[in-house]
Design a protein around this ligand. Sequence first.
Ligand code: SF4
Length: 447
Amino acid sequence: MVSVAFINPLSDEGEIIVRELGDFGRVLSDNDDLMQIVTGSRSQEISNDSFIPRNYVDLAIKRIEWFVKKKNDRNFDNNQYDFLFNTEILKFDVIAFYLLCQAVGVKYGPNSRESRVMVESQGKLIEYRLEKLSKNVREEVVTNILNSLISSTHIKWTFFEDLISTKKLKLQDLILDQGEIVLDKDDFLERFSHKIHGRKPEKMYEALIGDRIKELVMIKMVMQNTENYILKVGEKSDREIEPNPILLELADKISDVLAASVRSYGIGGSYRGNVKASALNPKAFPPCVKKVMEGMKSGGRNDAIIMFLTPFISYARLYPSVFSENITKQISDIDPSLSIVQNEVLPLIFEAAERCTPPLFEDQPQDKVNLNAKLGFGMHQDPDLKNEGETIWYTPMSCEKVKIHLPSLCKPDENCKKIGNPLSYYNMMIWKVRKEAKTESTTDNKE
Ligand code: SF4
């Protein structure tokens, strides 16, 4: 039987493991037991010492590294992190989890990028750990954890208010009856069997709820509890005089991992000549974008600025290779402090909105909320990390969609023949400009 703490470190079993740690200073000492478990993991890659965590703090960093690389690195090799799925690592893993939450809580607080990454990484780790279990064990663990997290069979939907308001769970994923959420099979059959005709109620249960929804609810609850724990640590540390230096050092290391990921994967990508994210060059904008930048004088003003220009400018500046990389990102993955958004992206969009007749935000200030939503920061007035993820960061419209929804913008030139999206036009032009500049400098040097 797999311990529930392997999936939910915040469980009672997890707390017992933490209490048994003893001297906190041990988290930095080389631990032979840990190294033995890691090197003994079935598919573990051991060709390089750096793949092997030597102590609890190393293991904590490996947890974050796994998540960041898995999310961003196309050549990611899971065998370098196979130990994370070895159930024998349980005691070390639980301590590593608490170290991470505490480090993030004391140094960055719950509304930080580090906190979001920690919470998301826990969710992903649970998903992959569950996948490696046999069907029976998986069901048993999920049921045990759910039973400990939800004490009553009559669950009012308001019980999940936090999960729903933070968009971790969608109401439409759940089956509701008289304001109560139905998860349990017997409960479902009792409530709905007499109303289902022509299909077996058991089959309906499997299709509508089954293991899929139970796992989803369990994972999201553990994620929410992780976030709440980080919040609690942050509040407590505000009242303390001196945070533990080991935690502060770990917090810095977490930031370093994220910063390295931004350098390696967050910006850049390739478009023929390797177009990387850099300051915007308006000369490379396609005709449709140039037209909106001049200000919309007639119909389509709101859609042109909010639906069309906002995704274009934000992706062109921050993540121009979105279509070739095909990896979903949030803005803070690339611009953790949102300084590029504030200083480069928004000013350009606001300038274009100002040039419209009548100026968009003077005429309809409430549309700033829609703009913010298209950047992924929810229905709020300004971008704020704590709201990121409430909406999705919209990708730029394709040429086909522009032609249908905003036909007055599309006045194609020669270069438009080769592309299907205004962002590809921009990337191609940037690549051409850089190539020409390189050729010129080589010629100058020769001369
Ligand atoms: S073809 Fe595409 S890039 Fe060119 S003007 Fe039309 S919408 Fe813009």
